[in-house]
Design a protein around this ligand. Structure first.
Ligand SMILES: NC(=O)C1=CN([C@@H]2O[C@H](COP(=O)(O)OP(=O)(O)OC[C@H]3O[C@@H](n4cnc5c(N)ncnc54)[C@H](OP(=O)(O)O)[C@@H]3O)[C@@H](O)[C@H]2O)C=CC1
Ligand SMILES: O=C1CO[C@H](CO)[C@@H](O)[C@@H]1O
Length: 321
């Protein structure tokens, strides 16, 4: 079996290839989920200011560190700068807010959550009078420059982006970087294989982190007739062959493609499953069959059920990749 390392390097730091997603993990359940995950061996946690649960996650981490089970340096914690914090002063504010919530001196990775900027100092998802998102024109290169200062100040060990297309990444690279752009966190599942962007990032030495790798069954803006990845017949068939669950096949497909995955679960049994994907290997023809499920389907689009943000000059999904 080809060895897939359980850890990979991200800007010189070891990062576990399977992290725990925390979006939609409610205050009241997320602390238990984080503690259970650490007990199962998870050391990588994906957070964001917008998820509204950083405080509980921080308390759970503090408790576990207090028991001596893990040390801070054993953990890889990511969080993200929200769209209403893109101006220079607000970048510092946003990072401080997340660090306070998490009770940490630094995060391992800090990401610009989206390239679009939204009106500052109002709601987190501000709507304009026409009902669309209240977009403002702060160029993400300004935001990036301020992100670099956070590394200098020791508030984050590495910085990156999320939901950026290849041209947007190239614009940042063309600035000449003081600190590397280590990561692009993007939606990847067999429904949206994102092959071209994945290859582009790899060619630039940028790690890719896949969000919604299981198809985000609990995504709040999923429509009733949206396809259900975990029920795809080929996924179920392959899973049965290996005596694995459909979720494990989806995640294994991801790590065999060479990126980091951050499945979310608040269930101990499913967290355990999602971690047990290093003891089987999908054959080339099975990888291909799964590729063929691709239909360029995204859930996080900023269109439809959420205030539309596709009029932003920095909206990433007008480009092919
Ligand atoms: N940068 C960005 O813009 C975004 C980042 N993210 C990040 O990525 C993470 C993961 O993506 P997310 O959208 O949550 O979706 P996922 O694809 O991780 O799916 C989560 C859903 O799958 C269920 N589930 C978990 N494991 C299994 C399993 N083995 N079998 C069957 N069902 C399972 C969960 O339920 P249960 O909890 O009950 O187990 C939940 O309903 C987020 O939590 C967040 O941290 C997500 C979206 C956007
Ligand atoms: O990470 C994510 C999940 O939640 C956000 C909104 O509530 C999304 O915009 C974002 O991409």
């Amino acid at each position: 079996m080809a060895a897939i390392p359980e850890q990979t390097l991200l800007s010189g730091y070891q990062v576990p290839c399977v992290g725990l997603g925390t979006w939609k993990s409610k205050p009241g359940e997320v602390a238990a989920a984080v503690k259970t995950a650490i007990g199962l061996g998870y050391r990588h946690f994906d957070c964001a200011l917008i998820y509204g649960n950083e405080k509980e996650i921080g308390e759970a981490i503090k408790d576990v560190i207090g028991t001596g089970t893990v040390k801070r340096e054993d953990l890889f914690i990511t969080t993200k700068l929200w769209n209403t914090y893109h101006s220079k002063a607000r970048v510092l504010e946003g990072c401080k807010e997340s660090l306070t919530n998490l009770g940490l001196d630094y995060v391992d990775l800090y990401l610009i959550h989206w390239p679009m900027s939204m009106r500052e100092n109002v709601e987190l998802i501000p709507a304009a009078p026409d009902g669309r998102a209240d977009i403002i024109d702060i160029d993400f290169t300004e935001t990036w420059t301020a992100m670099q200062d956070l590394v200098d100040q020791g508030m984050c060990r590495s910085i990156g982006v999320s939901n950026f297309n290849s041209k947007q990444i190239q614009r940042i690279l063309d600035l000449g970087l003081k600190h590397p752009l280590t990561c692009n966190q993007i939606e990847i599942s067999p429904y949206n294989s994102n092959e071209k962007l994945l290859q582009f990032c790899k060619s630039k030495g940028i790690s890719v982190v896949a969000y919604s790798p299981l198809g985000s069954g609990d995504c709040p803006w999923r429509k009733p007739d949206d396809p259900k990845l975990l029920e795809e017949s080929e996924i179920v068939r392959i899973a049965n062959q290996y005596n694995k669950s459909p979720g494990q096949v989806l995640l294994r497909w991801g790590i065999q493609r060479g990126y980091i995955i951050i499945p979310k679960s608040v269930s101990a049994a499913r967290q355990k499953q999602n971690f047990e994907i290093f003891d089987f290997e999908l054959k080339e023809d099975e990888m291909k069959i799964i590729y063929e499920i691709n239909r360029n389907f995204r859930l996080c689009t900023w269109t439809g059920a959420v205030p539309d943000a596709s009029h932003s000059p920095y909206y990433p999904f007008h480009e092919e990749f």
